[in-house]
Design a protein around this ligand. Structure first.
Ligand code: KG4
Ligand code: ZN
Length: 338
């Protein structure tokens, strides 16, 4: 009998559903919420409402395109956290109710772990143990992945996530939310060495991104005082320089983690892993340090249910099922290195 998993993701501003059959992700339907653009960031209440509107449509579309009926499903996997509580509740309540009605198991998925498990959607997958730099709008982590189940956080940000540094920097430059992809785009034609920003020096494998964001703020304020058109006249160079510093902060810690653990299987995951410069720098460092590097396809970097469905498939094999009394966990984490 086939193992057919429906994956559901609603942790932030993407409503997504995906079908995975016997470990193969068949589709990955994503409804992106453009409503947040005009507010300069995700408005939790609006995100919940949009998820309510979209959830049935994306699930029906995933089933229809895979030619699957509800009664064919083996289990339903859903993001339990971390994320926005109201947003999580929509996908989570829907998944639990559906599993209850169909009398099939439902599977809890940690959002940050599922970003990493996206690497098992396609081959070749990294070989255990591997390191994953997980970079998103809410998190920045270096994780040692000992197995699909056992993962240990070796370092994380002590303040802003790198995605936040991209988005807040982009907002200062006048880009709509989410600004990360805009900085990426404009940086392509800019000079990354034209401007300097202060990189914070944090111990061990941890990160801090609030200082560089403030450094950009003062840099823009001082220059705008002299020239009101400073941003327009220098936009590509500012984007390239700011991005270069953010990526360099990530890469320094990744090199340190690889040295300390002697692990040469290196992966990146999460929304910021879609960044072209990050992908290029990872390839460059892989050559230099003889790493085997793994970069997800763009559609599996930013939030998507494909990564939830593949996680569900793995947990299904391990008979790791949720309980109908379980609840969403907005601050859900997992093991930190002692
Ligand atoms: O993983 P994700 O979709 O959602 C969270 O779990 O937070 O990550 C979203 C983040 C946003 O901060 C967005 O600006 C950033 O990923 N992002 C990028 C790029 N694409 C998405 N940042 C830089 N360059 C990109 N190309
Ligand atoms: Zn995410």
């Amino acid at each position: 009998m086939k193992t057919i998993i429906l994956g559901i993701e609603s942790s932030c501003d993407e409503t997504s559903a995906s079908i995975c059959i016997d470990g193969k992700v068949i589709n990955n339907i994503i409804a992106t919420q453009s409503i947040h653009e005009e507010y300069g960031g995700v408005v939790p209440e609006l995100a919940s409402r949009a998820h309510q509107k979209n959830i049935i449509l994306v699930v029906e579309s995933a089933l229809k395109r895979a030619k699957i009926k509800f009664s064919d499903l083996s289990a339903i996997a859903v993001t339990q956290g971390p994320g926005l509580l109201g947003a999580l509740m929509v996908g989570y309540s829907y998944a639990k109710s559906l599993a209850f009605a169909l009398d099939i198991p439902f599977i809890n998925v940690n959002h940050m772990k599922s970003h990493i498990l996206a690497h098992f959607i396609e081959t070749p997958a990294p070989i255990f143990p591997f390191l994953c730099l997980t970079v998103s709008g809410g998190h920045t982590q270096i994780v040692r992945v000992d197995s699909a189940i056992e993962m240990i956080i070796l370092g994380s940000t002590i303040d802003d996530a790198v995605g936040e540094a991209f988005d807040k920097g982009a907002k200062l430059l006048g880009f709509p939310y989410p600004g990360g992809p805009q900085i990426d785009k404009y940086a392509t034609s800019g000079n990354p060495n034209k401007f300097r920003f202060s990189e914070s020096q944090i111990k061990d494998l941890n990160f801090s991104f609030s200082g560089i964001k403030t450094s950009l703020l003062y840099f823009l304020r001082d220059n705008l005082n002299h020239n009101p058109h400073f941003i327009q006249e220098n936009i590509v160079d500012i984007c390239a320089s700011y991005q270069k510093h953010l990526i360099s902060m990530l890469m320094k810690k990744l090199v340190l983690a690889a040295e300390r653990t002697s692990i040469k299987e290196i992966a990146i995951a999460g929304g910021v892993a879609a960044n072209k410069e990050l992908r290029t720098q990872l390839k460059r460092l892989s050559q230099k340090h003889q790493w085997n590097s793994y970069i997800p396809k763009f559609e599996y970097c930013t939030d998507n249910a494909g990564m939830v469905a593949i996680s569900g498939h793995i947990y299904f094999q391990n008979k790791s099922f949720g309980n109908l009394t379980d609840t969403p966990q907005p601050r859900m984490s997992f093991k930190n290195e002692k």
